[in-house]
Design a protein around this ligand. Structure first.
Ligand code: ADP
Ligand code: MG
Length: 359
């Protein structure tokens, strides 16, 4: 199929009388043919702008976009074989769902009528729209519109598929099924795909690799495991994982330890020169409540949930609360004294000033 490459891609929005906005600040990325890349980051970090430049809907300020090894940067959108499904569906209101789906096809080739109908029915079946083919956009729920938008991108059999928050308007149950279906369709059809999302769970569950973005810059590119197991900096560590990782300021000491407070000292995964200001990161799922050993703490609250509980503690002498995932049978009350331990191999350590991982 088709490889997609971004070289030093940049976008600055400048309007008279307003300060320029550097929305995308030099992105380098190579997507392997058939790969699904999750572009993950908070609102406003430049995800949609990146997608719009690839689709040809936004002029680039600098850099190059290559599809299958050829630059498409100077080509208008219609001459890039790229399927897009954006958050705001952009369906034609007077047309039925079937006509909306057929529209993209008809506009591109004078495919014969029977062929168009067959393709429309095929793709509608894939995204569960068969019973809605005669409906008009106004009569659809936002989740249904989102599926039409997805189907319209897929029906063109594009070289590259760009999905901007494609599941954001679905309810939780629909999102689960559509997510699985989307993954299957993408695997089956082998589209090289970028899926934009601000939802880390969506990225983790769908993507072959994830690019985590902040302020127009890619912070880390890696498989979901790499991003979760070895976050490159505090931002990535904090953005990926639910409940969020505990990030505690400390100072390094001898024997690969960091001191968080007079009473709390944790082992680090690697030796760091003494006296360095660091941020220690420990995921809630990597902490264990223990009897006597470990860091002394006091229970603030405990939410018992079905699969595991969430305890909020304060370590003695540490201001920031600590979140710990507990076994389902654990019972804790406010003000209980507990001890908590962390496995140093699962502990992360970042430079306090730059936020970069010290690994
Ligand atoms: P995301 O999709 O990650 O939420 P966007 O790519 O939409 O982020 O926006 C990135 C930045 O560029 C934001 O600061 C946004 O306000 C700005 N921006 C986006 N589109 C325009 C535009 N047409 N004119 C000026 N600024 C824009
Ligand atoms: Mg966006």
């Amino acid at each position: 199929m088709t490889e997609l490459e971004l070289r030093e891609l940049r976008k600055t929005f400048s309007a008279r009388g307003r300060p320029a906005v550097d929305a995308v600040r030099g992105i380098d990325l190579i997507l392997r043919s058939g790969e699904l890349l999750g572009l993950l980051g908070p609102s406003g970090c430049g995800k949609s702008t990146t997608l719009r430049m690839i689709a040809g809907l936004e002029k680039v300020t600098g850099g190059d976009i290559l599809v299958g090894g050829s630059s498409v940067t100077a080509r208008p959108a219609q001459q890039r074989n790229i399927g897009v499904a954006f958050e705001n569906y952009a369906l034609y209101p007077p047309l039925t769902v079937a006509e909306n789906l057929a529209f993209g096809l008809k506009a591109r080739s004078r495919a014969d009528r029977g062929d168009v109908d067959r393709k429309v029915r095929e793709i509608a079946a894939r995204v569960d729209l068969t019973t809605l083919l005669d409906a008009r956009p106004a009569g659809l729920s936002s989740g249904q519109k989102q599926r039409v938008s997805l189907a319209r991108a897929l029906i063109r059999e594009p070289d590259v598929l760009l999905l901007d928050e494609p599941l954001s308007h679905l309810d939780a149950a629909q999102r689960d099924t559509t997510r699985r279906e989307l993954k299957r369709i993408q695997r089956d059809l082998g589209h090289t795909t970028i899926l934009v999302t601000h939802d880390q769970e969506e990225a983790l569950s769908l993507a072959d690799r994830i690019a985590v973005m902040k302020d127009g810059v890619i912070q880390q590119l890696g498989t979901p495991y790499e991003i979760y197991d070895s976050p490159a900096n505090v931002f990535v560590a904090d953005f990926v994982g639910e409940p969020a990782i505990n990030l505690l300021p400390g100072t390094t000491e001898a024997d690969a330890h960091a001191r968080l407070s007079p009473a709390a000292r944790v082992a680090l995964p690697l030796p760091v020169p003494e006296g360095r200001d660091v941020v220690v990161g420990i995921r809630p799922e990597d902490l264990t409540l223990t009897g006597e050993d470990g860091l002394p703490a006091r229970v603030v609250a405990h939410e018992p949930l079905l699969e595991s509980g969430i305890a909020t503690l304060t370590l003695d002498g540490v201001e920031k609360p600590l979140v710990v995932l507990t076994d389902p049978e654990v019972r804790l009350a406010h003000d209980d004294r507990v001890h908590v331990t962390a496995d140093p191999h699962l502990t992360h350590v970042f430079d306090a000033e730059t936020g970069d991982s010290l690994r």
